[in-house]
Structure formats: structure tokens, C-alpha cells
Design a protein around this ligand. Structure first.
Ligand code: NAD
Length: 268
């Protein structure tokens, strides 16, 4: 069966682990050649080696415009084209409103927001040559709701939505689609690395329509949909991969009678 990305070339940032690594593996399995881009060199090289000939590691700090120019040039020199960019790299750090410093705040913004802008710009400058391309920006459910004590993270993920829509408007007539993904809790090192995060996640998860954590492979499938022609009429769109978290299932008062009625019907 033909792959959904046969012959295409994709750059995925933050691909040394977590969702980015799952996206790199899936895109390669679907026929793409994949640039695994990350600040973590050893882990990134290991992921590229695991995937095989279809993948190469590119050291990239997404907040550095020169590094972006070098990476896109190198990718095009290596593989001759660029079809897909997944702006997946992100960091989450506590930035309590009362105590966060300017540096702490901007550190998150440089990666999560400026990094997405720079990637979009660098990729689009190449993609306009073919008048074709798909850019996927990884925001979060925190792009829709507040999350304490993550003021900078949440604000940056809201900002990614505005950037995605604006880029979609500017780049659509040039053949480039730009969409965003909004993962809920996904089992990755980002979640595991933060103290008490798993516990907080489990508490909120139990009220979700799908009451479990998501897997990196489930986020990767959403990225694949937006990367491939399956989404050829989607741009400026926001795709939640959150087990229904943003549907509002955390209101337990309303859920209980519905579940009880369902149990009765199922038993009848
Ligand atoms: N895991 C979740 O529950 C969750 C939920 C919502 C959104 N997200 C978002 O999904 C994306 C992927 O997160 P993940 O869960 O796989 O996290 P992760 O921490 O496992 O992976 C993030 C990757 O980004 C890389 N990175 C960090 N700073 C970078 C920089 N300056 N330049 C290049 N690479 C850099 C890291 O080295 C790492 O490999 C992030 O944007 C994150 O905010 C995650």
C-alpha cells in the first residue's frame, strides 16, 4: 500500500523524544524522509539511527534564526525539497504570575512561540518555491484554558493559535497549509519529568470522556492527518487530541445521570 507521505520530506522539531520522535517514526513509515531536529544531540542521533536511512539528525535550537536557515538549507541540499514542517519543540516551566522573572518568562516564549514563528518563516520561504507545503504547529489544550503555574507556557500556546491562523491566511494563497494540534495529557518525558505532574494529570483525567493519558503515537496520527493530503481542505484549523478534555467533561454533576442512564440502557 502506498504511504501517505511517499516521496515527501519533513522536518520535525523536538524529535529526539516524546511526540516528535513518534511523529518522525510514523512519517518515515508512511514514506517520508525525515529531519529529526532537536537541541539534544545524542538522543536525536539515536532516534534517527533507529528509524534508519529515511531519517537524519539535525542539531537545531528553534529559537535561533541562523540555525533555522542552516537547517532548511541542509535539508534541501540533502533531499532536494521540503514538504512538511512540524513545529513540535516545546518546554514547560513554572512561571507563577507573582514571582516569575522576565528571563524565566521569555525563556519559554523563545522556544514555544518565537520558535514556531521562526520555523514557519524559514520553511515557508522554501515551500513557496513549490507553491505547496504543510506546516503543523503543536500548541496544547493549554492554548484554550489557563494552567497554573504555567503563565508563560499557557500564553505561548494561546499565541501559537493566533500565529497559526495568521500564517494560514498569508500562506494559503501560496499553496501552504498551516494548522495546529492541541494535545491533552500525553505520556512523554515532558510530563514524567515534572514533579507531581502525573498525579495532577491522573486527577483531571478521571473526568475526561476518554479517561486516560494519550500516547505519543496518537498525537502523531493527528500530525500525519494534517501533513498529508487527507487534510487538503484544512488550513487555520485546530485539532484537539485530548481524550475529550476540552469538551468539558470535568463537570461531574451532569455526567453522572448520563452514565447511569447509559448503564440502564446497556443492561436492558
Ligand atoms: N506531553 C503533554 O502532555 C503535552 C500536552 C500538550 C502539549 N504538549 C506539547 O507537545 C510538544 C511535544 O512535547 P512532548 O510532550 O513530546 O515533550 P518532550 O519534553 O518529551 O519533548 C520535547 C522536545 O523538544 C526539544 N526541545 C526543547 N527545547 C528545544 C529547542 N530550543 N530547540 C529544539 N528542540 C527543543 C527537547 O529536547 C525534546 O526533545 C511540545 O510543544 C509540548 O508543549 C505536550
Amino acid at each position: 500500500m502506498p504511504g501517505k507521505l511517499d516521496g515527501q520530506v519533513a522536518v520535525i522539531t523536538g524529535a529526539a523524544q516524546g511526540q516528535g520522535a513518534a511523529e518522525a517514526a510514523l512519517f518515515a513509515a508512511e514514506g517520508a524522509r525525515v529531519a529529526v531536529a532537536d537541541v539534544q544531540e545524542d538522543a536525536g542521533r539515536a532516534i534517527a539511527a533507529e528509524i534508519g536511512d529515511a531519517a537524519r539528525f539535525y542539531p537545531l535550537d528553534v529559537s535561533d534564526p541562523d540555525a533555522w536557515a542552516r537547517t532548511i538549507d541542509d535539508v534541501v541540499r540533502q533531499w532536494g525539497r521540503l514538504d512538511v514542517l512540524v513545529n513540535n519543540a516545546g518546554i514547560g516551566r513554572p512561571t507563577p504570575v507573582l514571582t516569575a522573572t522576565v528571563e524565566e518568562y521569555l525563556a519559554v516564549f523563545r522556544v514555544n512561540e518565537l520558535g514556531v514563528f521562526l520555523g514557519t518563516q524559514a520553511a515557508a520561504r522554501q515551500m513557496i518555491r513549490a507553491r505547496s507545503g504543510s506546516i503543523i504547529n503543536v500548541s496544547s489544550t493549554d492554548g484554550f484554558v489557563g494552567q497554573a503555574p504555567l503563565s508563560a507556557y499557557t500564553a505561548s500556546k494561546f499565541a501559537v493559535r493566533g500565529l497559526t491562523r495568521t500564517a494560514a491566511i498569508e500562506l494559503g494563497p501560496l499553496g501552504i497549509r498551516v494548522n495546529s494540534i492541541h494535545p491533552g495529557w500525553i505520556e512523554t518525558p515532558m510530563v514524567a519529568a515534572t514533579p507531581d505532574m502525573i498525579e495532577r494529570a491522573s486527577r483531571s483525567l478521571s473526568r475526561n470522556p476518554i479517561p486516560r493519558m494519550g500516547k505519543p503515537s496518537e498525537a502523531a496520527q493527528a500530525a500525519l492527518f494534517l501533513a498529508s493530503d487527507d487534510s487538503s481542505f484544512c488550513t487555520g484549523a485546530e485539532l484537539c487530541v485530548d481524550g475529550g478534555m476540552l469538551a468539558g467533561g470535568w463537570v461531574p454533576m451532569l455526567r453522572k445521570p448520563t452514565l447511569e442512564a447509559a448503564e440502564k440502557l446497556a443492561a436492558s
